[in-house]
Every structure is written in structure tokens, then in C-alpha cells.
Design a binder for this molecule. Structure first.
Ligand code: PEP
Ligand code: MG
Length: 748
């Protein structure tokens, strides 16, 4: 039997296209298709098996096997040769099927007389919909060419949107993108939301699968790939940051964009009658299928890059931009592989939640999601592949879980949870005007962390007494050029206006480490978290810091001004930074500008070294704010961004609490006001412990103020201190168990 030539393949695709466009009933068309394929492939049998549910395949049409077996013969995924093709999503080609491992004889089909077997997966966007099989009596191995031809046919078949209708009466086919999917990721920002998927990078919809003029298609493909290469090169040139990950991705893009084998495979697809778009999608589909099977996360990532690149290529070919004309759904939940802070900010508060396939807790997107107070789940594997625009989706930011197209019962349970949270919020609202006064009478000041104008409405809503940490770097991170002094001054002035006299602590620029400004020259550093960052940059290259100080003084415009420097590691750094403030004050005075009515300059305590600074430090600073996120990472030498270690050590670990207690004592000795502004301040149990060891001011995200206040008001801090002391003496590693136990008893 001769191998199919390319022109025959094209002829077959042309006929298939006609059949697909035909008005006749679905089953008739499917039967005709099997006949056409068998005829064109020169085989006695051609059968189509489709998924009936997630685990079962059903024979839906055949040429050559017994007609009575149609819609009767079923097998489980992995069972028999057909099941093996479905499971592995790769072809099975054998000249002697009955002696093949796992062969299962189906007597009702009459297939025992056929010896050779070739099965290929029917795939769409990486999801296997079924299996296409040809069989013949003659004992022969199908050529690579024949396998290829059958794969191309399967690809066209996969586009039959109504495939599901072919599966037995009333049975719902496990169509792609229709099943419920649960994805476990990580928490980027707490909170829950119910809504509909809104894809940041929607998939391109292909309508022209089959083409008559391969030469023209090949030319289109070449032109598009040329444009793609230019785009990737431009992107690479524009990466001026130290973002190694982004560079890696773009380098991989470039590698794929120049890959001869990728191009060759797509050209072969075109020779067989596919359009340029369909050829790209076919290769994308097989990359998808491999993605699920590659155990090495690095390789999986690279396949993912190929997927992204294919999307870009499809956009060029089809002329479809991001804007596909789709309507933004109600309660949109943004789904993206990753997203920059500026882009996320552009979507703004219209979003109900965000789900990212990548991302990290400290990423800029996470910071923005926090500022917008919308739930964020990160590391949600395969979400961009699984989700389609408009799909119902539940986001559980508390547990880092996403339910895509959830079952009714899941949705109900989820709604109950949201209702309970709303009830709790209601309770917190009723506490809004009350102080965080413990039963023993001690009052804890609760402030909020902010970084964007978008945060400020929370100042009233949360009942915060002020802004304990305003992260000024966000204004620098969300734009493409360095902001001007006048722009900054007007933003800071608006922040002070919005605070309506409540105190705001501006933290000067904390860049470096993970916060790299897109418009500043990158600096390759082996350990950025321990590198040239924050005040170190400010002191070595004071231009930007001075500009920012001027902007702050001008924004205050005669009002009180409180600022603090991040990442101070020793007294001299604080002195040098303070000297810059004094110099700028003098300069503004000389210019005749109004000066702040009151000026407080503090330091963030984020490195253990500062806890052991000379007494002079505690006397000279106006206040200290513990940056617990960084302090904890350096105390335990555990990267706050690294999922493997970031939760390894408990904040309530005896060593860490003892260390914090030491800081409290030194501040008390010198009368230095102390606050804590890391994420841990917003966790109620941690907050109670901090208060118990003597901290009197905590700054946290606005949503945490209610829960923290509610707990503080129900406890006696002296009792809490006694529980902690006892736990210290008990040899426990952490006081958490003792404290939660006591809380359960005393607040019941
Ligand atoms: C901290 O380190 O705790 C802190 C508040 O600063 P950031 O999280 O911005 O580094
Ligand atoms: Mg910090």
C-alpha cells in the first residue's frame, strides 16, 4: 500500500472541509468522514473514538468495523491500544496489534481480522477529545508520513465544534473547557470572589483551517515568523532590568522563533493542506500535550514559552489583537500567565479577583492586588490553558485555590463562605469607631499600609488611625519613565489631603532586590535581596532620593511630615540619610517654600544588625518601624520569596519573639516610639503576641484591621504575656500552640 502523498492529503482535507460544512445530520457526516479517511489512507478500517466522560472513550463512527458496535463499544483511558493513545496523547503504530502490550480484544467490533493499527489523538488546544484509528489486514508498520497525515486529519476533526453530539444518546461528552477544574496555587492576596474569567491574553480563534494554496500559506507563515523574530528581538533589546526570568523567557522565545525544526514541522502541516494558522495551532497542541507529561519543571516552562510564542504568531497571522471584541463579563476575574503592575492597575477596581499562572507573593502584581484589595491566587498551574473567557470561576485567595467551571455544590459552599465573611466584615464595621483596647485597658494603635492612591478610600472604611507605611516605590514601578518631582509632589499632597489630618508615614524609595525600575540600568547582582537596594542606593546615588525628599517637603506644604528610610543597617546610614533631609529642608527654606510644621524622621528596622546598634541610634531616630518581612527573612536566613522556605519558620518562634522583645526593650529604654509594619502585624494571633510583648503600634493591610481589632478587644494582654512566658520556659520551639490554645479558651 503506497504512503499518502502530500497532494492526496490536501485532497482529503478539502473533502473533509466540504463534509464538515455539509448540512446533513452529525452522525451521517461523521460516518462519511471515516469513509473518506479510510479511502484516502488506503486502509480497511477508520474509526473515531470520543471521550464520553473524563475516563471513558466510546466508538462513535467507523468504516470497516461492525456497525452495531457504534455507541456500544467503550473503553477506559489507558485500556487497550485506543486507551493508550488517549492517555499518552501520542500515536501508537504497530503492525501486529493483537500481540501488542495492552491490546484488548473487542469481540463486538469484529476487529480480530485486522493486524496493523495506527491511532492518533484528536486534540484541541492540548486537550484530548478522542482517538482516530486506522487499521488494515495487511501486516505493516505505517510510515512517519502516514502518521503525520493522520495527525493533520485529526487536527481538522478536532475543530468540529459539535463533536460532543456524536456520543451516545443523551450522554454528555467531556468536551474540552467544559469540565469543572480545581487548581491549587498559592495565596497572593487573601479574600474570596465569585465571577467570570477575563483573559488578559485571549486565545486566537481560527476559522480557516484548511487552505488550497500551500505556497501562499507558506509565504504567510514565513512573513509572520519574520515579524515575530523582529518583535522578540525588540523585546529583548528593551529588557533593561536585571529581571533574569524575563530575559530567560525572551531568550527561549528567540530560540524557538529561529528553530528550524519548528518551522519545518509547520511547513509540513501546510503541505498537507492546513492553513498557516492551523499549522501553528497543531504544533501548539502537541506542545500542550507534551507539557502535561514532562516531569522536569524547567522543560515544562520552556514548552509553555513555546505556547506563548505560538499565540503571538497566531495574533500576527490572524490580525487579532488582544482585543478580540469580546465583552468584558460581569464580575470579571482576570486570568493571566503573569502581569505587570501597570497593566493590573489599568484594570483597576473593576476586577473582582486575579489568578496568575506564575507570580510570587512579593511580585509587583501582588503588591498592586493588595493595594486594590482584590483576592489573588498565584502559581495556578495550567489556568491560562484551561480557562476561556466568560467561564464561571471561584477564587479563594485565603487558601490559594481556584475552582473553574465549578459544580453547583462547590458554588453553594463557596457562597456560604463568602456570606460568612461578609457577616464578619459587618461586625468589623461596627467596631470601626472603637479603639483596639484590650481587656486590660491597653490601647494598640492600628494603622494601615498603603502605596497607591487607590488604597486611600480604605483609610475611612477600615477605621485605621493613619497610614503606618506608605510604600512610595509603587509610583515609580507602575510607570515607564522616572516620575518628575512635580508629579510626585502632587501625588503626595493628594495622599495627605485624603488622610484629612491623620498621620501618614512615607517610606522613601525602596528599590533594588525584587523591585527593579524598568527605566533604570540593570545591575547584575548574585543576591539582590542582600545587595544594592533601598537606602544603599539612595546614599550612593542621592539624586533620586533628594528629588523625592523635595517632593515630600513641598507636598506637606506647611503640614506635618513623617518619613522613614528603608533598610537601614547601621547608625551611620541613618545619620547620612537624615543629613540629606536637613539639607533639603534648608534648601527649601532658602527658596522661600513653606516648611513642614512638624518633621519626624524614622528608620525601618529590617536587618538584625540595627537591633544591636549603638544607643545613639535609638536616641537620634524619631521612631522605628520594624519591617518584619525583611527582618524575618534575614533573621532566619530564609528568602521571603522562595516558596520552599518562606513558611518554614514561624513568626511566633521563640527565638524570633525573644529577638523582637529585645528591640521593644531597647526602644523603651530610650523612649523611642516603635511600630511593626510587616505582613505579620495583620495576622490576629501574631498581632496579639506583638502587643503582649510590648508593641503599641501595628500597621497592616486595611482588611486586617477589623479582625485584629476584634481579637485584641477580647483579650487581656497581661494574660497573653504570661502564656508566652510560660511557653518560653516550656522548651517549645514556637509559642503558637500555647497561645492559640489559650485564645480558644479565653475568647470562647
Ligand atoms: C517589610 O520588609 O516588612 C516591609 C514592610 O517592607 P517591604 O515589604 O516593602 O519590603
Ligand atoms: Mg522591607
Amino acid at each position: 500500500m503506497p504512503d499518502r502523498t502530500e497532494s492526496e492529503s490536501r485532497k482529503l482535507l478539502g473533502r473533509l472541509r466540504d463534509t464538515l460544512a455539509d448540512e446533513s445530520a452529525g452522525q451521517t457526516r461523521l460516518d462519511r468522514i471515516t469513509h473518506l479517511i479510510a479511502d484516502s489512507m488506503g486502509t480497511e478500517v477508520c474509526s473515531i473514538y470520543l471521550f464520553r466522560d473524563a475516563e471513558t472513550l466510546e466508538l462513535c463512527a467507523t468504516e470497516g468495523l461492525k456497525a452495531e458496535a457504534v455507541h456500544q463499544t467503550r473503553m477506559r483511558v489507558g485500556e487497550g491500544l485506543v486507551g493508550r493513545v488517549a492517555r499518552a496523547a501520542t500515536p501508537v503504530n504497530t503492525k501486529d496489534a493483537p500481540s501488542e502490550r495492552g491490546f484488548r480484544y473487542m469481540p463486538e467490533t469484529g476487529e480480530e481480522i485486522y493486524s496493523s493499527f495506527l491511532g492518533v489523538p484528536i486534540q484541541r488546544l492540548g486537550e484530548t477529545l478522542g482517538v482516530l484509528v486506522v487499521q488494515s489486514k495487511e501486516e505493516r508498520l505505517f510510515s512517519d508520513d502516514a502518521i503525520y497525515a493522520l495527525e493533520v486529519v485529526a487536527m481538522v476533526l478536532a475543530e468540529m465544534t459539535e463533536l460532543g453530539a456524536f456520543v451516545g444518546e443523551g450522554a454528555a461528552l467531556a468536551k474540552p473547557h467544559q469540565q469543572a477544574v480545581l487548581i491549587r496555587g498559592g495565596t497572593g492576596q487573601e479574600g474570596t470572589a465569585e465571577g467570570h474569567v477575563w483573559l488578559h491574553e485571549p486565545r486566537v480563534v481560527i476559522t480557516n483551517l484548511v487552505a488550497d494554496d500551500p505556497e501562499a500559506e507558506r509565504q504567510r507563515l514565513h512573513d509572520a515568523v519574520d515579524r515575530l523574530r523582529v518583535t522578540v528581538d525588540d523585546l529583548l533589546k528593551s529588557v533593561t532590568s536585571t529581571d533574569k526570568d524575563q530575559r530567560d523567557v525572551l531568550e527561549t522565545y528567540r530560540m524557538f522563533a529561529n528553530s528550524r525544526s519548528w518551522m519545518r514541522r509547520m511547513e509540513e502541516d501546510i503541505s498537507r493542506g492546513l492553513s498557516a494558522e492551523a499549522a501553528v495551532e497543531k504544533e501548539q497542541s502537541s506542545a500542550h500535550a507534551r507539557m502535561g507529561q514532562v516531569p522536569d519543571p524547567y522543560l515544562r516552562e520552556r514548552l509553555h514559552d513555546l505556547d506563548d510564542l505560538s499565540n503571538r504568531l497566531l495574533r500576527i497571522l490572524s490580525g487579532q489583537g488582544r482585543d478580540t471584541g469580546a465583552e468584558i463579563p460581569a464580575d470579571p476575574i482576570l486570568v493571566a500567565r503573569n502581569i505587570g503592575p501597570g497593566e493590573l492597575l489599568d484594570y483597576g477596581r473593576s476586577l473582582k479577583g486575579v489568578v496568575l499562572e506564575q507570580g510570587s507573593v512579593g511580585s509587583h502584581a501582588a503588591i498592586v492586588a493588595r493595594a486594590l484589595a482584590i483576592p489573588l491566587v498565584i502559581n495556578a498551574a495550567r489556568i491560562t490553558t484551561e480557562a476561556l473567557n466568560g467561564d464561571p470561576i471561584l477564587v479563594d485567595g485565603d487558601q490559594g485555590i481556584v475552582h473553574l467551571r465549578p459544580e453547583e455544590t462547590v458554588t453553594k459552599a463557596f457562597r456560604d463562605k463568602i456570606a460568612m465573611q461578609a457577616e464578619a466584615q459587618q461586625r468589623y464595621v461596627s467596631l470601626r469607631g472603637l479603639p483596639a483596647e484590650a481587656k486590660c485597658g491597653t490601647v494598640i494603635d492600628l494603622h494601615m499600609n498603603a502605596g497607591l492612591m487607590a488604597d486611600l478610600p480604605s483609610l475611612d472604611g477600615s477605621g485605621a488611625q493613619g497610614v503606618g507605611l506608605f510604600r512610595t516605590e509603587l509610583q515609580f514601578l507602575v510607570r515607564n519613565t522616572m516620575p518628575r518631582r512635580s508629579e510626585l509632589a502632587s501625588i503626595y499632597a493628594r495622599v495627605l489631603d485624603a488622610a484629612k489630618g491623620k498621620p501618614v508615614v512615607f517610606r522613601t524609595l525602596d528599590i533594588g532586590s525584587d523591585k527593579v525600575l524598568p527605566y533604570m540600568k540593570p545591575n547584575e547582582e548574585p543576591n539582590p535581596a542582600l545587595g544594592w537596594r533601598a537606602i544603599r542606593v539612595g546614599l550612593d546615588k542621592p539624586g533620586v532620593m533628594r528629588m523625592q525628599l523635595q517632593a515630600l517637603i513641598r507636598a506637606a506644604n506647611g503640614r506635618p511630615l513623617t518619613l522613614m528610610f528603608p533598610f537601614v543597617a547601621q547608625l551611620e546610614e541613618f545619620r547620612a540619610a537624615r543629613a540629606h533631609v536637613d539639607r533639603e529642608i534648608e534648601r527649601e527654606r532658602a527658596l522661600g517654600h513653606p516648611l513642614p510644621s512638624e518633621l519626624k524622621v524614622g528608620a525601618m528596622l529590617e536587618t538584625p544588625s540595627l537591633a544591636f546598634a549603638p544607643d545613639a541610634f535609638f536616641r537620634e531616630v524619631d521612631f522605628i518601624s520594624i519591617g518584619g518581612n525583611d527582618l524575618k527573612q534575614f533573621f532566619f536566613a530564609a528568602d521571603r520569596e522562595n516558596e520552599l522556605v518562606r513558611r518554614r519558620y514561624d513568626t511566633l518562634n521563640v527565638s524570633f519573639l525573644t529577638f523582637l522583645q529585645g528591640i521593644v526593650q531597647r526602644c523603651a529604654e530610650h523612649g523611642t516610639p516603635l511600630s511593626f509594619c510587616g505582613e505579620d502585624a495583620g495576622r490576629p494571633v501574631e498581632a496579639v503576641c506583638f502587643a503582649a510583648i510590648g508593641m503599641r503600634a501595628l500597621s497592616m493591610r486595611p482588611a486586617s484591621i477589623g479582625p485584629v481589632k476584634s481579637l485584641v478587644r477580647r483579650v487581656d494582654l497581661a494574660e497573653a504575656k504570661a502564656v508566652i512566658d510560660e511557653a518560653f520556659g516550656s522548651g517549645a520551639q514556637s509559642v503558637r500552640a500555647a497561645v492559640t490554645d489559650w485564645l480558644a479558651r479565653s475568647t470562647a
